[in-house]
Design a protein around this ligand. Structure first.
Ligand code: TXA
Ligand code: MG
Length: 375
């Protein structure tokens, strides 16, 4: 199949709309990562997503909805229910009220909510689960496409299964060229890591974080007035239906080369404290969360190194804006090291901190790593 890569002009979006109406795929930018979109109400369309990505069918897809739901006089939940995307008959009034507040505050944005599934969502989207993940993306291009359609879009990250998520159109091209008809280039993604996934259950009322993202649990707890529990990380893929969030699988987001994760920030250690794996040290690539000190550069003499932040956190704690820039560059930098022919393996440290973005960065690095250190 010939793949077109087009910048986000009106004509290009019309081409995307035509393809999507014909049950074909299109890669579109979101604020988190690029998504591979298909008509979420049509099983023939959704099937193609799994083929293109080489994704096992037990891994459910997030359904992306239009901003028009935010303006509906009956409320966001009722509007999505009328579309057949979710079902709210079994949700109590009190729970609906809290969810509505949460969505009003954080949509459009990097929050995926698991809600009871609607009648129009085929089994394949949710892997037969009665819960569907819904999210209203905060990207003008994605929203423009949704506005021209009468159905929502199922969209996983637009990478081959298990690989690093794409944050630029070029990354999608590198992953899926020849497998999909169209990629729309909407520039680099602003958030850089995938959405926070949250499941809210009723009777008993409880909230579970299935995947950390930019929106942290503190903000969610304030609105829902319930403490958010975290799903224990699985060390091995388990067969469904026990698999709550396959994004939790350990081998996600991985580069092709071994990634050795050091469970502390480099600046809190000296090179002699860090145990290096038995790989060729002259072929080492370093991804450092902060500036790499002279002691590391002279001890390791790395083939290539990338510093995600230029500020040293020992002098001053990093601000939210700096974390945002680091998250934006994370997957791109991993790809850069992965693609460098002189680099054979990558060593990386982890950031310290508790905000949603920091937790998301730690989570993705751990899953991408070969050694999976406890931290
Ligand atoms: O930011 C994002 O969420 C991006 C952009 C494109 O929107 N999408 C994304 O999709 O990260 P994907 O397919 O790469 O990851 C979706 C993950 C699944 O692996 C699974 O863990 C969880 O979301 N998920 C989706 N639907 C679910 C469901 N019904 N039940 C449990 N988990 C679900
Ligand atoms: Mg993904």
């Amino acid at each position: 199949m010939k793949t077109q890569l087009l910048s986000a002009t009106d004509a290009a979006l019309e081409t995307a709309v035509k393809l999507l109406k014909n049950n074909e795929l299109t890669a579109l930018p979101t604020e988190t990562v690029y998504g591979l979109a298909a008509n979420a109400h049509q099983v023939q369309a959704v099937q193609k997503v799994f083929w293109a990505k080489d994704r096992p069918e037990h891994d459910p897809l997030i359904v992306h909805v239009s901003k028009k739901h935010l303006e509906h006089p009956a409320g966001i939940l009722a509007s999505m229910a009328m579309e057949g995307t979710i079902s709210i008959d079994t949700v109590t009034w009190a729970c609906k009220e809290k969810l509505e507040l949460l969505l009003r505050r954080y949509w459009p944005g990097p929050l995926t909510l698991l809600l009871p599934r609607g009648t129009k969502i085929p089994d394949l989207v949710t892997n037969g689960s009665l819960w569907v993940g819904v999210r209203c993306p905060d990207h003008p291009v994605f929203q423009d496409v949704l506005k021209r359609l009468a159905f929502p879009l199922a969209a996983p990250s637009a990478n081959r299964f298990g690989r690093i998520s794409p944050t630029r159109a070029q990354h999608v091209w590198d992953e899926l060229n020849g497998k999909i008809p169209l990629i729309i280039d909407g520039g680099p993604c602003q958030v850089g890591v995938e959405s926070t996934i949250l499941k809210v259950e009723d009777e008993p009322y409880q909230a579970t974080l299935l995947r950390p993202g930019k929106l942290g649990t503190e903000e969610i707890e304030k609105i829902l007035q319930v403490s958010v529990s975290t799903l224990p990380s699985t060390s091995k893929p388990k067969p469904t239906p026990t698999l709550e969030a396959p994004g939790q699988l350990d081998e996600h987001y991985a580069p092709q080369k071994p990634l050795w994760l050091v469970a502390k920030p480099f600046y809190r250690a000296v090179p002699s404290m860090i145990q290096l794996p038995a790989f060729d040290h002259s072929k080492m690539g370093v991804l450092s969360m902060s500036p790499l000190s002279e002691s590391y550069l002279s001890a390791w003499n790395p083939q290539k190194w990338i510093e995600l932040s230029h500020q040293n956190p020992t002098h001053e704690p990093l601000q939210a804006e700096q974390w945002q820039q680091m998250a934006q560059r994370l997957f791109h930098s991993l790809r850069e090291l992965d693609q460098d022919p002189h680099v054979q393996w990558i060593i990386c440290d982890v950031p310290e901190g508790e905000s949603g973005l920091v937790q998301a960065i730690r989570d993705r690095l751990k899953r991408a790593s070969t050694n999976k250190p406890s931290m």
